[in-house]
Design a protein around this ligand. Structure first.
Ligand code: BGC
Length: 248
């Protein structure tokens, strides 16, 4: 049975895909990257998935990570992509276009699966909260390694704003915050999440986690905080893993 699955991760700024060896979590192709189209409608994105898939070596099932609440193969929300994804039968539509079985999962949940399986959360018992900092803020909650999906904690209120409008990586760039100033906002957010969920461990992900050493000195949090190991590639790896878990 093939252990090579295609992982696709749709973000507010870029779409990334690669073939993943799901016996090890290693990428076995280069990462294909494509700027998220505007508007990021289902038609525009699905046409792009087909082009991405053609550019990569053949692989089995497809795992698709979307920045949306996902239930029963449907995308339910659309915070940083086109509203056409709200209540859209995404798995079925992508499957029809790509002619391969598709597993759909929230992007942060996908990143969390990769980190818990092979990365920073491997073997970690208790409550683990992975937070991804990108265009928005994504969250993935685990208890003893089991995912509780669609937590959507980027939309918590922080200082009168949605948290992802105060502390995402996009806000850091747009407001030209230096690392200490951005870390202060992250600290306020972590304290809020801490007070609600009391995680035993936070894992901070998203491409910005490649720079963890630059902001870690300013992080203050009651629970231990680790950087994601797969950084910005966790969504691709986790999407492929979700497809494997789905295949049984
Ligand atoms: C979306 C989440 C997503 C996060 C990170 C939020 O705006 O609501 O579903 O996980 O962005 O992309």
């Amino acid at each position: 049975m093939t252990q090579h699955y295609l992982g696709i991760d749709v973000g507010g700024s870029s779409v990334k895909a690669a073939v993943v060896d799901v016996s090890s979590g290693q990428l076995c192709s280069a990462v294909s990257r494509w700027e998220t189209p505007h508007p990021a409608t289902p038609d525009a994105l699905i046409a792009g998935f087909a082009t991405l898939a053609q550019a990569l070596p053949a692989a089995g099932r497809i795992g698709l990570a979307m920045p949306c609440v996902v239930q029963q193969g449907r995308t339910r929300t659309a915070a940083n992509i086109d509203a056409g994804w709200i209540d859209f039968a995404a798995a079925q539509s992508v499957q029809q276009c790509l002619q391969r079985p598709v597993t759909l999962i929230n992007d942060a949940d996908a990143a969390g699966l990769a980190e818990m399986h092979w990365g920073a959360g491997r073997g970690q018992a208790g409550v683990v909260m992975l937070l991804t900092f990108g265009t928005g803020i994504g969250s993935a909650l685990f208890h003893n390694g089991v995912l509780i999906p669609n937590t959507e904690l980027g939309h918590l209120q922080l200082d009168g704003y949605e948290a992802e409008h105060r502390a995402s990586a996009r806000v850091r760039t747009e407001e030209q915050l230096d690392w200490p100033a951005w870390a202060q906002r992250v600290n306020a957010y972590l304290a809020h999440v801490q007070a609600l969920f009391w995680p035993d461990l936070f894992i901070l992900g998203g491409a910005v986690s490649e720079n963890f050493a630059l902001f870690e000195p300013w992080l203050r949090c009651r629970a231990p905080v680790r950087a994601a190991q797969f950084t910005g590639q966790a969504g691709i790896v986790g999407a492929a893993l979700a497809a494997k878990l789905d295949a049984g």
